[in-house]
Design a binder for this molecule. Structure first.
Ligand SMILES: Nc1nc2c(ncn2[C@@H]2O[C@H](COP(=O)(O)OP(=O)(O)OP(=O)(O)O)[C@@H](O)[C@H]2O)c(=O)[nH]1
Ligand SMILES: [Mg+2]
Length: 328
């Protein structure tokens, strides 16, 4: 991993000339065949870097899209990922055919690269249209479904949070379901919903959905609108935080930022600190910590409840259900 401090990324290479030299030097030592940039590169930067380094260059968005593509299971998930991929690809097409341009065309004729580019672009536009059309019908179907669910009056609680925070683990613990849980990013892409009952007997629906990540590519947010719209209907959000992660605070802020971009800032919300089993040795310790007077005020999240849990061990579930009952 290499880092560089610059006032602004270089428009031609993203990194500075010296860094490129360093990267080329590393190639002899490590024989790397791919370089991944933890940011979105412009098509031009990516092209120049590939030429300079002689290896495949991938940016953060392409990597996230790649993970999404591997994870998409349902028809809807696959449609959304494909749409995001095409939207990412479109502005990057130009470079792909540039080698043909060198073959040149005579005066007045267009080079083969240019013609090919236009054909490709047309095909991709066509595909994007088709995908948007299909996703729109999924959206309408979902909206209808949601309306029906709403008519039954059962409140909806949605799990949100940074990817790998433990949303699916909590979903499984609460609903005794077996949604995929993995120690990797974006295990969950498609929303799942289950019916649960509170100790008071009141029923509610709980929804597990796609996790958030810092610098989420806009094409993904756009493509996953149908999925993210599920959150609109929620009466209550549970924001799951992996409090043991070294970037927990930043991850929290990222989630808050995405929630406000999705216009969900004003939804009632409970912040749930998860994975406390990694820091404490028993549920009794966890209860003792929560019992400290003014515990919530100390953490300075006004107007929100905070619950400490271990989704994996099932610690703190009664307290969590009480808080949910209180909100509903
Ligand atoms: N020690 C510990 N590990 C946990 C806990 N909850 C979840 N994990 C682990 O954290 C990893 C991610 O859990 P998931 O439930 O898949 O996380 P998620 O938020 O659904 O992740 P995405 O679907 O990828 O957004 C898995 O390896 C879980 O076993 C917990 O309470 N304690
Ligand atoms: Mg999950």
């Amino acid at each position: 991993m290499l880092t560089q401090k610059l006032d602004a990324p270089s428009p031609t290479y993203y990194i500075g000339k010296g860094k490129i030299g360093e990267l080329i030097g590393l190639k002899e030592q490590t024989q790397y065949d791919t370089v991944i940039f933890d940011d979105e590169l412009s098509p031009r930067q990516q092209r120049n870097l590939e030429e300079a380094l002689g290896v495949k260059v991938i940016d953060r968005s392409a990597l996230i899209l790649h993970i999404f593509a591997r994870k998409a299971r349902t028809h809807e998930g696959k449609l959304q990922v494909e749409l995001a991929q095409h939207q990412y690809l479109l502005p990057r097409l130009i470079g792909q055919w540039r080698h043909l341009e060198r073959l040149g065309g005579g005066i007045g004729t267009r080079g083969p690269g240019e013609a090919q580019l236009e054909t490709d672009r047309r095909l991709i536009y066509k595909r994007i249209n088709l995908l948007q059309h299909k996703i729109e019908s999924v959206r309408q179907h979902r909206a209808l479904y949601r309306r029906r669910r709403k008519e039954t009056g059962t409140p909806i609680v949605a799990l949100v949070g940074y990817t790998n925070a433990g949303k699916s683990t909590l979903f499984n613990t609460l609903s005794k379901a077996s949604v995929d849980v993995e120690d990797r990013l974006f295990s969950t892409l498609d929303p799942v919903t289950r019916r649960l009952a509170l100790p008071t007997g009141q029923q509610f629906l709980i929804t597990d959905t796609v996790g958030f990540i810092h610098k989420l590519p806009p094409s993904i947010i756009a493509a996953f609108r149908a999925t993210l719209e599920e959150l609109d209907e929620a009466d209550l959000l549970l924001h799951i935080v992996d409090i043991t992660h070294k970037n927990a605070a930043n991850q929290c802020l990222t989630v808050e930022k995405i929630l406000s971009e999705l216009n969900l800032k004003n939804k009632p919300k409970i912040t749930v600190f998860n994975k406390l089993d990694l820091a404490l040795s028993s549920e009794a310790e966890l209860k003792a910590l929560t019992a400290i007077p003014y515990f919530e005020e100390e953490i300075l999240l006004p107007n929100e409840g905070i619950v400490l849990i271990s989704a994996a061990k099932g610690w703190g579930m009664d307290e969590l259900l009480n808080k949910i009952a209180h909100h509903l």
